[in-house]
Design a protein around this ligand. Structure first.
Ligand SMILES: *[C@@H]1O[C@H](CO)[C@@H](O)[C@H](O)[C@H]1NC(C)=O
Length: 214
């Protein structure tokens, strides 16, 4: 029983340490040790004596992403996967490129996003939760800023016949992305098509047709 209790206490200690580190860091940094076999929420800290300048660095955000895809947009991140020094700091950056009339389809993250246009004209929007489901939307030009609150489903759309570029910061070291169309139609195993047909007030074959495209 004692060992069981100690194990639980240890697990709680690690959990609390990581959770607290995310809000009020107890060190200047906790650079991710990606080789550690210990799994925590985030990464364990690399020995501070081994921390290097490059742990806080990444490059290439000036390079346009390849937008030759179904949606006509491409996100290029600078998050914990590129910058180990972001571990526990709860922040990251992303560049988004848009082909002419390209879209960054409705999606959500585990982070609030503050978004600015560097080039082009983008329509952006997010929708509030039930039961209001109000769509808050703006047309943004170079230098304009818009906020997508954490948890809301949001999108961007290039309204112009030239490429557009945006940059955004998110308050997560690894904000992730859940695309609505992927979540609903590409899930493995599939969501039951009859359930989606009921939800979307359509026929089962409409749903299975969409699922087959993913
Ligand atoms: C962009 O992506 C498309 C589709 O995957 C590919 O065919 C093309 O070679 C890529 N272009 C560049 C410049 O990488």
């Amino acid at each position: 029983m004692t060992s069981c209790f100690q194990l639980l206490a240890g697990v709680l200690a690690v959990t609390f340490t990581v959770a607290l580190a995310n809000r009020h860091p107890i060190n200047d940094f906790c650079v991710a040790d990606k080789k550690s076999p210990v799994l925590v929420d985030g990464f364990v800290c690399k020995d501070p004596k081994l921390v290097e300048d490059n742990d806080f660095f990444s490059s290439g955000l000036h390079i346009p992403g390849n937008t030759s895809n179904q949606l006509g947009s491409k996100a290029t991140p600078a998050n914990i996967l590129q910058i180990p020094g972001l571990n526990t700091l709860g922040i990251s950056l992303v560049r988004i490129d848009y082909a002419p009339y390209g879209v960054n389809a409705p999606h959500t993250h585990r982070a609030t996003e503050i978004f600015t246009v560097l080039k082009g004209i983008l329509e952006v929007g997010f929708v509030s939760s039930n039961p209001g489901n109000r769509l808050y939307t703006k047309v943004l030009r170079k230098g304009d800023v818009f906020v997508f609150p954490i948890g809301t489903i949001h999108y961007q759309r290039n309204l112009w016949r030239r490429p557009a570029v945006a940059m955004a910061a998110l308050n997560s070291q690894d904000p992730g992305v859940t695309s609505i169309e992927n979540a609903l139609f590409k899930a493995k195993p599939n969501f039951p098509s009859e359930m989606l047909a009921t939800a979307f007030q359509t026929d089962n074959n409409v749903i299975t047709n969409i699922q087959s495209k993913f």
